[in-house]
Design a protein around this ligand. Structure first.
Ligand code: BDR
Ligand code: CA
Length: 314
């Protein structure tokens, strides 16, 4: 079977790096590009990190820069304490080898899906402004995508940005509302599942020994993220939010989905809250409500552990 083509819209971010390199290492996925957005870091830093990750993934992955701030609300503070000020934890910034694509992210999304109608899935693992802008720029994109997988939301559980809201939705609720109201096939993978999928420091040490170049990079980046989870949650392990969204695409059988419209609170103290509402007039979203958590974790480690074998030792 030919690989499934994806574009990852991202704000790297340590768990974004894990998701991008999982996708690059997965034999069933072809990475057609990375589009960047503000979120974990300023968008220019997100672009540089995406380029560094594209280099690690083999270099032939275009990177297109997108939104620098939310659509309507003021820009939220960057979570330096979660991902580090440079976004990849203790990994020192390095200059990427490639230059960014000349197109803004929304144009890139429109163009790539137009060139390959029905073939491309967009995996959004940051705030959603680039996707909302692509819908506004070229509404036909909704009919051209094979699917849209979003890491975001908290349906039956508390948020992580506020008591009500998950970070990616909270960062730009107006963009999230536009994406979740559009008539395209969206899968939403939120905190109901992603906070239960964790990898420990021992898991990352093993990853580094199985795949020294790519797994070793992830293990080094993960140290900062592991420290945050130890301090904040008393956990020897970190949440695999963004990889879980990619695994919902590659291994949907490991997840339990409910098809229901999702409404987003736009303003006020509950801004960014996501609510499943089967009376809403918007299309149903495939919400991941549960998963075989241990199998999802094992999938990440199995695929990332093969990264050097698949991508070369660099
Ligand atoms: C999401 O927020 C970011 O910090 C992570 O990269 C992930 O995309 C989790 O709520
Ligand atoms: Ca992210």
């Amino acid at each position: 079977m030919s690989p499934h083509t994806i574009i990852i819209d991202t704000d790297p971010g340590i768990d974004d790096a894990m998701a991008i390199l999982y996708a690059a290492a997965h034999p069933g996925l072809a990475l057609a590009g990375l589009t960047t957005v503000f979120g974990n870091v300023p968008v220019t830093t997100a672009t540089r990190n995406a380029q560094v990750l594209a280099d690690l993934a083999g270099g032939a992955v275009p990177v297109a820069e997108g939104a620098a701030r939310p659509m309507v609300r003021p820009a939220p503070p960057y979570p330096d304490h979660v991902h580090g000020p440079e976004g990849l934890g203790d990994i020192a910034p390095e200059a990427p080898h490639q230059r960014p694509d000349h197109r803004p992210a929304a144009r890139f999304l429109a163009d790539v899906t137009a060139a390959r109608p029905g073939e491309v899935t967009i995996c959004a693992i940051g705030p959603l402004r680039n996707l909302a802008e692509a819908l506004a720029l070229d509404p036909g994109i909704a009919a051209r995508v094979a699917g849209v997988v979003v890491m975001g939301g908290a349906i039956n559980c508390p948020g992580n940005a506020t008591a009500d809201a998950e970070t990616n939705i909270w960062c730009d609720p107006h963009a999230a509302a536009a994406v979740l109201a559009a008539d395209w096939p969206v899968t939403l993978v939120g905190l109901d599942v992603t906070t239960r999928v964790t990898c420990s420091s021992a898991d990352f040490a093993e990853l580094a020994s199985r795949s020294p170049r790519v797994g070793g990079f992830l293990a080094r980046a993960a140290q900062f993220y592991l420290r945050f989870h130890r301090t904040k949650h008393g956990l020897d392990g970190c949440h695999l939010h963004d990889p879980a969204a990619l695994i919902a695409l590659t291994d949907p059988g490991l997840f339990r989905f409910s098809g229901t419209p999702v409404c987003v609170t736009l303003d006020g103290p509950a801004a960014g809250r996501t609510e499943a509402d089967d009376t809403a007039a918007t299309p149903s979203v495939g919400i991941a409500l549960d998963a075989d958590i241990e199998a999802v974790r094992a999938r990440f480690l199995a695929v990332a552990g093969e990264a050097d074998a698949r991508l070369g030792r660099g």
